[in-house]
Design a protein around this ligand. Structure first.
Ligand code: 13P
Length: 341
């Protein structure tokens, strides 16, 4: 018997836990490894991810699920144990990125459309058999002079809705990720512009999800926070929290069990502080947690540095970050906990 989508979705956002986004594509993980001078090979990618997935305390206490890239879903740890089994043994749920990336959108200079719908039904069946119980698809919206356009928002929103419907048919919970970029070029828009665009995008996405007959109870939303562009950062933690909650309350039905943010290029501490401020300061109809990539991994990647003798140090850094974000998901993170560590 298949698990109920509602139950999987609730487990993904329960008890101060959140998601580890470890689904960097081969080209993205290469960029991350470049920062520590490590060559990206199947083995180095395996070793890095094994370090994370075998960080027992972090995985058991703070990570409800892990988003994997296809290579990792079918990959084995050094001792031959499938990664899916390592993740499940820690009580965490394996998930899979299923989009094929944001590609230049014909006729829309500076904008992208996310590809990957063709053949998705068959791929979802094979991912389900491999143990994946949730999936992720990221649509990307850039803010620039004259952007975004309605054409790009609509096309990305409809692709998200088609993807989500196919996931639910396959017994897989869709993470619906429409990301309004903070770190796209030129990155000089202010928080008010981000609020306006994020509201427009989320309204469109929920209309398309409804039209596609997607069950809101069986999905998770993965949005950006409402924040200034990366080259014009000035809003306070309180303002980011307040504006983000305002936009989400105006657009996200309370039938959605949980919202798990991307970190999007914020520093690791900012991503934690913003999440904690939202959970501490507002009465919310959904669980609000993390689905961070860089926000959970940056310090671990640095501490590890690609060296076998640093695995324990990398795991300590990851565990610390996961614990801080878990506290943020409960609204009880304090800055001095960072210094104490
Ligand atoms: P970041 O938290 O690094 O933005 O990555 C999350 C993610 O999965 C983007 O698709």
């Amino acid at each position: 018997m298949r698990e109920r989508l509602e139950d999987i979705a609730v487990a993904m956002v329960a008890n101060g836990k959140g998601l580890l986004a470890a689904d960097e594509s081969t080209s993205t993980i290469k960029k991350r490894f470049d920062t520590i001078g490590l060559e990206s090979t199947e083995t180095s990618r395996r070793d890095y991810r094994e370090m994370l997935f075998r960080a027992d305390e972090a995985m058991k206490k703070y990570i409800s699920g892990v988003i994997l890239y296809e290579e990792t879903l079918f990959q084995k740890a050094a001792d031959g144990t499938p990664f899916v089994d390592v993740i499940k043994a820690a009580g965490s749920i394996p998930g899979i990125k299923v989009d094929c990336g944001a590609k230049p959108m014909a006729g829309f200079p500076g904008e992208t459309i996310t590809e990957g719908l063709d053949g998705l039904r068959e791929r979802l069946d094979s991912y389900y058999k491999a143990g994946a119980r949730f999936a992720k698809w990221r649509g990307v919206i850039a803010i620039a002079d004259g952007l975004p356009t309605w054409g790009a928002i609509k096309a990305n929103s409809q692709a998200l809705a088609r993807y989500a419907a196919l996931c639910q048919e396959a017994g897989i919970v869709p993470i619906v990720e429409p990301e309004v970029l903070m770190d796209g070029a030129p990155g000089t828009h202010d928080i008010a512009k981000c609020a306006e665009v994020t509201e427009w995008v989320l309204r469109t996405v929920f209309t398309d999800l409804y039209d596609a007959r997607v069950s809101l109870e069986g999905m998770i939303l993965k949005p950006n926070m409402v924040i200034d562009g990366k080259n014009l950062r000035k809003a306070s933690v309180e303002e980011v929290a307040e504006r983000t909650v305002q936009v989400l309350k105006a657009t996200v039905p309370s039938a959605v069990p949980g919202i798990a943010f991307l970190s999007g290029g914020q520093t690791v501490e900012e991503a934690t502080a913003h999440l904690s401020a939202m959970n501490a300061g507002f009465d919310l109809p959904w669980e609000l947690t993390y689905s961070y990539g860089r926000g959970l991994q940056d310090s671990a990647l640095k501490a590890w540095g690609g060296r076998p003798e640093n695995v324990a140090a990398g795991q300590r850094a990851f565990t610390h970050r996961a614990r801080m974000n878990s506290l943020a998901a409960l609204g009880t993170w304090k800055e001095d906990l960072e210094r104490a560590a």
